[in-house]
Write a protein of this length. Structure first.
Length: 322
C-alpha cells in the first residue's frame, strides 16, 4: 500500500463517485477503480459499497479512512517539521558561558535569537573557560563563550572568534579610600588586598595579570578568589578589598560600590566564542548569523566562515566512484 492509495480512498469517500473522484485526482476512472480494488484485496475487507446512488464507505472503510486521514496528516507534519529543522527553526542549542558574558554581549544576542527562533530550545550553562572548552571538545556543548583563546587537547578542531574586547577596572566599596577616584595606578594595587577570579577558573586572566604585575606577585598570591564578577563586586561592597575584573562590570548597577579605571589602561584577553569546525547544524548556523549581526568584534572572519559553510551545504554531492 502506498501513500497515493490513501489519497485515492479519501477522495472516493469525499465525492462518493468514481468518476468525480478520478477527475478531482487528475487520473482516469479505470485506474482508480483498479487501485481501490487492490487495496481492498490487500486488507481483506470491502471498504466501499458500490450502489446505484453512489459509492459509500462500509464500517471497515470508515475505520480505514479515519486512520488514513491521520497518517496523511502526520506525513504532512513530518515534511513541515523536516523543513523547519533544516532551516534551524527547531532543535536545540547548548551553550556554556562565563558569568561576565551575561553582562554583555549575551543579553542582546540571546534575546534576538530567542525572538528569531522561538521554538529552538536553549540549554544554557554557566561554566568557567576551561570547563566550557572541554565540554565543547567532548561534544557536550554546541557553543562555548570564554575569555582568551581555548586551550587544551582538541582545540585544533574548534573555530574561535572574538565577541568582546575589554580592559581592567577596579571596584571598591564606597567607604574605601579609592572611592570617588577616576583611576588608580597599577602600582597602587600591589599594596591592596585584591579580589579576583581564581586562576583555575580563568587561567588566561590570571596569566595576564601576572605578566602585568611583573616580579612582585605578592598581592596576586594573597588575593581573595572568586568564581565570577558578581561575587567580586559583592565582596568589594563588603569591604573585603579591591576587586579586579573586566570593564563590563560597570553594567552592574549598585549604590554601594565604586568603579575606577586602572592606569595605564590594561587590555584583558578578549571574550571568545568557539564552536566545532565540523558542526554543520542549521541551529548553530542561525545562531552564528545573530552573533555576526550583533557583535562588531567578530569582523570578517565569521563572515568568511559562514560563507564557506553555506557553500558546502549548497554544493552537489560528489559523484560516486566506480
Amino acid at each position: 500500500m502506498e501513500v497515493r492509495h490513501l489519497r485515492y480512498a479519501l477522495a472516493l469517500a469525499e465525492h462518493q463517485h468514481f468518476g468525480r473522484a478520478a477527475a478531482a485526482l487528475g487520473i482516469a476512472q479505470p485506474p482508480l477503480s483498479t487501485q481501490i480494488a487492490a487495496v481492498e484485496r490487500e486488507i481483506g475487507e470491502r471498504l466501499f459499497d458500490r450502489t446505484p446512488r453512489g459509492v459509500f464507505p462500509t464500517a471497515a472503510g470508515t475505520a480505514f479512512l479515519a486512520r488514513a486521514r491521520r497518517a496523511l496528516s502526520e506525513m504532512t507534519a513530518a515534511a513541515v517539521e523536516a523543513g523547519r529543522a533544516a532551516r534551524g527553526e527547531t532543535g536545540q542549542l547548548r551553550m556554556g558561558f562565563i558569568g561576565s558574558a551575561l553582562l554583555d554581549p549575551l543579553p542582546g544576542v540571546l534575546g534576538r535569537f530567542r525572538k528569531a527562533r522561538p521554538d529552538v530550545r536553549l540549554d544554557l550553562r554557566e561554566m568557567n573557560s576551561p570547563d566550557g572548552t572541554a565540554a565543547l571538545v567532548a561534544g557536550d556543548l554546541d557553543v562555548a563563550v570564554g575569555r582568551g583563546a581555548p586551550r587544551g587537547a582538541g582545540v585544533d578542531g574548534l573555530v574561535t572568534v572574538p565577541i568582546g574586547a575589554d580592559h581592567l577596572v577596579a571596584v571598591v566599596g564606597v567607604a574605601h579610600p579609592f572611592a570617588g577616584r577616576a583611576e588608580i595606578r597599577l602600582e597602587q594595587l600591589a599594596a591592596e588586598q585584591l579580589i579576583m577570579s581564581a586562576p583555575e577558573q580563568e587561567p588566561a586572566v590570571a596569566a595576564h595579570l601576572r605578566s602585568l604585575f611583573g616580579a612582585d606577585t605578592t598581592a596576586l598570591d594573597a588575593a581573595t578568589r572568586s568564581r565570577d564578577v558578581h561575587t567580586i563586586i559583592g565582596l568589594a561592597a563588603c569591604g573585603v578589598g579591591v576587586g579586579l575584573g573586566p570593564a563590563r562590570m560597570r553594567l552592574v548597577t549598585r549604590k554601594d560600590v565604586w568603579f575606577c579605571d586602572v592606569a595605564p589602561r590594561l587590555r584583558l584577553p578578549d571574550l571568545q566564542l568557539s564552536f566545532r569546525a565540523a558542526d554543520d547544524s542549521p541551529v548553530l548556523a542561525a545562531f552564528l548569523d545573530i552573533v555576526r549581526a550583533n557583535c562588531a568584534e567578530v569582523g570578517s572572519r565569521l563572515d568568511d566562515i559562514l560563507a564557506r559553510r553555506q557553500a558546502r551545504s549548497m554544493a552537489p554531492d560528489p559523484a560516486p566512484t566506480r
